[in-house]
Design a protein around this ligand. Structure first.
Ligand SMILES: [Zn+2]
Ligand SMILES: [Zn+2]
Length: 323
């Protein structure tokens, strides 16, 4: 079958891939629509040392499994596959299982192919009210919902988001539903439709003196190593900085201000799918303006190049069996 494969050196479209072997308890899924995120771009550059089919954001259709009730279902799915018998898996934390595989990221082929497999327990059915173009955002939107699982945020809070890219834009949409005011500092303003309590500012304004300590919660979603210092400038004493960026180079930052101001720094990764899917079913929750372009699977190598161009938001790939 056709798929986009990273072999450790390069990333290319291959037509000679075997169809995936389905283990017990797994479903074989045909992607209907897949999304490309910065993690895919990093993996294509060698991040995680991954070899295999790229991609982890999808909405798809179950085409084979042991439980007939799932056949033909339109689904999204959690990307972390725990071992199922360690203490972390027993606590329901398969996202942190030391023996986990992660779809298209760690030890498991991803979704930029004609078919892929995922455990049935990872799947959620997509309601008819959520079209593919919205459902494909479930995984990155769940990562944004992870922030509100980790940090109590209320209507009286003002929150800053650093970065208005693919993930930052979704964080803004989630936070705008609960915080009183959200400020987003971004290199490219005027992209996407913003909720009314969101204000956009040029990225360089974040370092301005008048913004020092102005926000109780600051979410760092720039993909840029220098942004942690900016986040610490923006956060108020006893406030919270949430780090969403992975695979950046090591920080070289004095942490004395964290101690003096008693700042909490939280790492934040994968999140809950159910609230993400529910939000995507709300017609007031807009993601369509975040879509840059859609490519057929036969051209998903071009889709990856497009997704890596500066300032490009979400690039989608249409699935389908290739004759
Ligand atoms: Zn992603
Ligand atoms: Zn485990």
């Amino acid at each position: 079958m056709l798929g986009l494969v990273h072999d450790g050196n390069s990333t290319r479209l291959r037509r000679d891939l075997p169809r995936p072997a389905r283990a017990a308890g797994e479903a074989t899924i045909r992607p209907r629509l897949a999304g490309i995120c910065n993690t895919d771009l990093e993996i294509a550059r060698g991040y995680m040392g991954f070899r295999g089919v790229l991609g982890h954001e999808f909405v798809g259709e179950v085409i084979a499994c042991d439980d007939a009730a799932w056949l033909g279902a339109r689904v999204v799915g959690g990307i972390n596959c725990g071992c199922g018998h360690c203490s972390r898996c027993a606590r329901g934390e398969q996202n942190h299982c030391g023996a986990r595989s992660v779809l298209g990221i760690l030890g498991r082929d991803g979704v930029l192919a004609e078919e892929f497999t995922l455990p049935l327990r990872n799947l959620l059915r997509v309601p008819d009210s959520v079209p593919d173009r919205a459902a494909v955002f479930t995984e990155p939107l769940a990562a944004a919902f992870r922030i509100v699982e980790q940090v109590a945020i209320g209507s009286g809070d003002s929150v800053a988001v650093l970065g208005g890219g693919k993930l930052g834009s979704l964080c803004v949409r989630v936070l705008a539903r609960i915080a009183g005011r959200v400020a987003v500092f971004t290199r490219r303003r005027g992209r996407g439709v913003l909720p009314p309590n969101v204000s956009e500012y040029p990225a360089e304004d974040a370092a301005a003196a008048q913004n020092r300590g102005a926000f109780r919660v600051v979410v760092e979603a720039t993909g840029n190593e220098a942004a942690l210092a900016t986040a610490l400038h923006l956060v108020e004493p006893r406030g919270v900085v949430v780090l969403k960026t992975t695979c950046q180079p090591p920080h070289s930052l004095g942490l004395a201000p964290v101690v003096i101001d008693e700042v909490t720094i939280i790492g934040s990764r994968c999140g809950p799918f159910a609230p993400a899917l529910a939000a995507l079913g709300d017609r007031h929750f807009e993601v369509d303006s975040l879509i840059d372009s859609t490519f057929p699977l036969e051209r998903c190598d071009e889709a990856l190049v497009r997704a890596g161009e500066r300032g490009v938001l979400k690039v989608l790939v249409e699935g389908g069996r290739i004759p």
